[in-house]
Design a binder for this molecule. Structure first.
Ligand code: GAF
Length: 425
């Protein structure tokens, strides 16, 4: 299990434990804390978060775990290590005048950790209690079972895990879970150069057990949607096509959406309405600016997806609240079609998984989930059919592509939290 991995890594990396001898669960880990932050899967509301729209994700059991301890000598250096590559320990100081916390200097996995630290420097300096405001460093070991590049928010879970680790290690209690998520989004923007919305970090930080969250990405208000239904299973299938969202595909789509908003705002400015995001735009207005030639066909398609996806998401929430999974499923399929044809973020392997899943008995709906260009599908399935659906998906995918797709059924988990704190006697 991931917690055991993180414990063991901490003991071997920082306590000199013999890596073969450290018995799981028997490490000392004095004065250490252990926190967890989950990955996520999004049921519907894709590529809407950066348009001030609506999303409906849930937190997974797959998660990043961190065991960490404040430096006891009061120094400001940090050591971080990841179970993904235990040999690549990264050391740096909490010194904003040095290079160590400068965006762009580190392109390794440590950039996510450093980006979050940067956003907590004020609290870390205050927590140190030193007269010159120098922050105290820490040692931290990370382990995760969120697959990387699978569209399940491995990087957001690392960021949120880092944030809650800092809060726990340094006794910071002034940061709300939503504020924590926003700081992690900032880290993603500035240190990973990814202009993402707030969904991934938000659900990793604020997830609620048994529920998906409808998140209004403008007001940042969450609404719990209880899906803890024994008749329903959420199935995730990983195409194992690695998505790399660091290329231009994602930023290009963000830009297209903004261009459509600007064109509509310009065209209709005499009505005095303020339009700052796709959230404020209607299909009719989009059509009008397209007809005038103010936006091209591709920009129109991108924006059309965003506007129609918001509507679908709100309808899906209503249907889910009424346990009308047939309607939720239909909306998920429409979402997939729009992501495939209008937003153009799907790939053949994902389309195959969705199409094949929809042919199976007991499937309400299926779609691509996350940023796209590979990654996973999410499907709503009747409980008594879930095993058969997963087996058949695996078989058919292997037959077609000669490789496995990892399928799993997930429960709806809680967001980031403390697992234990050895400072509390
Ligand atoms: C990625 C981004 F990080 C999210 O903010 C969101 O835009 C998603 O793609 C698409 O819905 O996961």
């Amino acid at each position: 299990d991931v917690e055991a991995q993180a414990r063991k890594l901490f003991a071997t990396a920082f306590e000199g434990a013999d890596k073969d001898a450290a018995a799981p669960g028997k490490e000392k880990l004095e004065k250490a804390v252990c926190v967890v932050a989950p990955g996520r899967v999004n049921l519907i509301g894709e590529h809407t978060d950066y348009n001030d729209g609506f999303v409906m994700p849930l937190a997974l059991k797959l998660a990043t775990v961190c065991v960490a301890r404040r430096r006891e000598d009061g120094g400001n250096s940090c050591r971080i290590v990841s179970a993904l590559d235990p040999s690549s320990m990264c050391e740096f100081t909490l010194d904003e005048t040095s290079d160590s916390l400068v965006a762009g200097k580190d392109t390794s996995w440590a950039k996510y950790v450093k980006g979050v630290i940067k956003g907590y420097m004020k609290e870390l300096s205050a927590a140190a209690g030193s007269s010159d405001g120098t922050a105290v460093g820490f040692d931290a070991a990370f382990a995760s079972d969120v697959p990387i590049g699978a569209g399940l928010s491995s990087s957001a879970s690392l960021e949120v895990c880092t944030a809650i680790m800092l809060e726990q290690v340094f006794g910071v209690d002034s940061v709300s879970p939503i504020d924590r998520a926003l700081r992690c989004v900032e880290a993603e923007h500035t240190f990973a150069m990814m202009p993402c919305g707030i969904m991934d970090q938000y659900i990793s930080s604020c997830g609620v057990k048994g529920c998906a969250l409808l998140i209004d990405c403008r007001s940042r208000e969450p609404t719990e949607v209880n899906l803890d239904d024994p008749d329903l299973v959420i199935v995730v299938a990983n195409s194992n096509v690695k998505h790399e969202l660091t290329g231009s595909e994602y930023p290009d789509r963000v830009k297209s959406c903004k261009a459509a908003v600007a064109a509509v705002d310009e065209e209709f400015k005499s009505d005095g309405k303020s339009r700052t995001a796709l959230r404020d735009v209607s299909i009719e207005e989009l059509q009008a600016v397209k007809d005038k030639g103010a936006i091209d066909e591709v920009t129109y398609k991108r924006a059309f997806h965003g506007v129609s996806e918001d509507k679908r998401t709100l309808e899906a929430v209503k249907a889910a609240q009424a346990a009308d999974y047939v309607t939720v499923g239909k909306l998920m399929v429409q979402s997939h079609e729009s992501l495939r044809d209008n937003y153009e973020v799907s790939v053949p392997e994902i389309d195959f998984l969705v199409d094949h899943c929809l042919k199976q008995e007991g499937v309400f709906g299926s779609r691509i989930t996350g940023g796209g260009f590979g990654g996973c599908t999410v499907s709503l399935v009747k409980s008594d059919k879930a095993e058969a659906v997963m087996t058949e998906l695996g078989r058919a995918f292997n037959e077609k592509y000669g490789k496995d797709c990892a399928c799993f059924a997930t429960k709806l988990e809680a967001g980031a939290r403390l697992l234990w704190n050895n400072n509390e006697a």
